[in-house]
Design a protein around this ligand. Structure first.
Ligand code: G6P
Length: 608
């Protein structure tokens, strides 16, 4: 979803840094892009609909000669108004002297727009953002920081804004409230961006701005203040991953790279967190809240998209291994229901990006009830990591492809480890915990064996490449994986798919089954294998093609994706899901689609 990049430094570097920064934010999802750069006494602007290459084309057609030291840039994911050049950022004040880019949403923009229109101000776009630019313009009298601070008093909503004024060359203002903003502190240069991937090739030193803060940059000097103008202290932090982690490394897509690197990513998620001799789990990030964990009487797992499906799997884990009632709740629904939560509720929020607006809003609502809120988050320093009381990082490196893969695997596993942690203080047997932890240590190796079969899985997927619809069926621990498998193929191959409990089949879905509707059946050996076989029979009796995911070839199925057995019902679905990821990838690739940036989707959905 929208991303901003702003630069202050050498004039030769302004444009290349902005463009390369935007390219590194591309994965967030967008449909137009633009830049504004100080050039001579003026600010020059170029915008384009479509990909960043269109913007580069627009710049090539009408070059910008950067003579100043600052510039701002943006990729836009349309919310208010279509993806057009007029709606693309940067937006300007009425006199076109002040320009800004925005990530977030201004909830009261209509109200402010009407007031400004009454003062005779004309608007060029349908966006909420333009209102902010015009408003700052009306308040400006030579000091951009003062005008921004005055303007934001009137704004309701979420914003990360980068603002420049042609009357103050070399000055760049960033403000943040409920939208991500990180500042790279380079050698004689500063980069402000929506996330670290836009910064990492220039510097690993960053400052995470807090909500309600403003940064005033002049050259490589900066000052951070609160919205009340009081100085704010910040330490410069070091990013612990490098540019290599954010490149494709020879794979045709980030998605494939992220699928293939799962053995190492999962090793990193587990490392140092298992104490086998005590049959215990150790999460450094939860040490500060361990006393509160003793009084927990309810667990709520929160997430959306893939993070919700791992929460669904986690719900089953907690209910199997502890006596504490656990429920997974879809983040956008949370605020609108009575969740019966209280101070002894443990809310665990799952989010790869740590920036999903619905999840953030749900955490904030839950915190009003006094819950213990922790996170399972991948992006270090992200909003969810900061607003929760404590938490555990996935440590899987950046996930760039819009569709989430390695995050699901890591989240599910870390949830299982949370359930063991809680279970061990709540009656979970030493032997059972130890054997589960031993199996967890085997997971990276078992995943590697699935990955070795990438070509075989791809060959099966090609047979079903033209299907318009698919059913994914699973039972018990495989049910959330059926949901996630269906989501993956919808997201990247635009194939309609439904994930369901195999037990649901007879209650409606079977009406759809015929020779044109393939069913993907998660049929690895487990406690419910017999029931799954009966469900497959039901599909075959109606001539439905069946692709089984099983530990050995199933004669009843048309095709079998053979996956290794990990010898544990709780962990096997995580293994099975890797096969479904490869299946979805193979279909999308055969269809020639943009695998990393599927149409209409955004990696990090920062508006509700
Ligand atoms: C978007 C992404 C999904 C992701 C979901 C939740 O919909 O396209 O891939 O699962 O957001 O994101 P989060 O960062 O909170 O895990």
């Amino acid at each position: 979803m929208c991303g901003i990049v702003a630069y202050s430094g050498s004039s030769d570097e302004v444009l290349p840094t902005l463009i390369s920064g935007l390219k590194r934010l591309e994965y967030r999802g967008y449909d137009s892009a633009g830049v504004a750069i100080q050039s001579g006494k003026k600010i020059e602007v170029r915008k384009a609909v479509g990909k960043i290459v269109e913007l580069e084309q627009a710049i090539a057609t009408k070059p910008i000669h950067s003579s100043g030291s600052v510039g701002i840039a943006h990729i836009r994911w349309a919310t208010h108004g279509l993806a057009t050049v007029h709606n693309a950022h940067p937006h300007s004040s009425a006199d076109r002297r002040i320009w800004l880019v925005h990530n977030g949403i201004i909830e009261n923009y209509q109200e402010i727009r009407s007031q400004l229109e009454k003062q005779g101000i004309k608007f060029e776009s349908e966006t909420d953002t333009e209102v902010v630019a015009k408003l700052i313009g009306t308040l400006y009298s030579g000091d951009i920081r003062a005008a921004v601070l005055q303007a934001i008093k009137q704004l309701k909503g979420a914003y990360a804004l980068a603002v420049v004024s042609q009357d103050e060359p070399g000055r760049l203002i960033g403000v943040k409230l409920a939208s991500p903003m990180v500042v790279g502190v380079g050698h004689d240069e500063m980069i402000i961006a929506s996330d670290v991937s836009a910064i990492i090739d220039r510097t690993k030193k960053v400052i995470y701005l807090e909500d309600g803060e403003l940064i005033d940059v002049r050259g490589s000097d900066y000052e951070i203040v609160g919205f009340d103008e009081q100085p704010a202290e910040h330490k410069v932090e070091q990013i612990d991953w490098d540019l290599e982690a954010a490149t494709k490394q020879g794979f045709d897509s980030f998605l494939l790279k992220e699928i293939m690197e799962q053995p190492r990513a999962i090793e990193d998620s587990i490392r140092g967190r298992i104490v086998l001799d005590d049959a215990m789990v150790k999460f450094g990030g939860l040490i500060d809240v361990r006393d509160r964990l003793k009084d927990i009487d309810q667990v709520v797992l929160l997430g959306i998209g893939t993070s919700y499906y791992s929460a669904k799997l986690g719900e089953l884990y907690f209910n199997a291994l502890t006596d504490i009632p656990t429920v997974a709740v879809m983040a956008p629904e949370f605020r609108y229901n009575k969740n019966n939560i209280g101070k002894n509720t443990w809310l665990i929020a799952l989010s790869q990006s740590g920036e999903t607006a619905d999840t953030i809003a749900a955490i904030e609502e839950a915190k009003r009830h006094g819950v213990l809120a922790t996170g399972i988050v991948n992006v270090v320093g992200s909003t969810i990591a900061r607003i929760t009381d404590a938490g555990v990082y996935n440590h899987i490196g950046p996930e760039i492809s819009v569709a989430s893969t390695k995050a699901f695997t890591s989240q599910s596993l870390i949830l299982l480890m949370h359930a063991i942690l809680l279970g061990r203080s709540d009656g979970l047997d030493f032997g059972q915990a130890k054997s589960l932890l031993q199996k967890i240590s085997q997971l990276p190796g078992t995943i590697a064996k699935v990955l070795e079969q990438c070509d075989e899985i791809g060959a099966i997927a090609h047979k079903y490449e033209k299907a318009h619809n698919l059913l994914y069926i699973g039972r018990q621990y495989n049910y959330p994986v059926a949901l996630e498998g269906a989501l993956k193929i919808k997201e990247i191959s635009y194939t309609h798919a439904e994930g369901l409990s195999a037990g649901e089949l007879k209650h409606g879905f079977i009406a759809l089954v015929d020779e044109h509707l393939p069913t993907i059946a998660l049929a690895t050996a487990d406690a419910l294998s017999d029931k799954m076989m009966a469900n497959i029979e039901e599909v075959k009796a109606r001539k439905g093609p069946v692709v089984a995911v099983a530990n050995e070839k199933l004669s009843i199925a048309d095709d079998t994706i053979v996956v290794p057995s990990i010898g544990n019902d709780l962990l096997q679905p995580i293994v099975n899901n890797i096969a479904l990821q490869i299946f979805a990838y193979s279909v999308a690739r055969a269809r020639g689609l943009n695998i990393d940036q599927p149409r209409n989707l955004a990696k990090s959905v920062t508006v509700e």
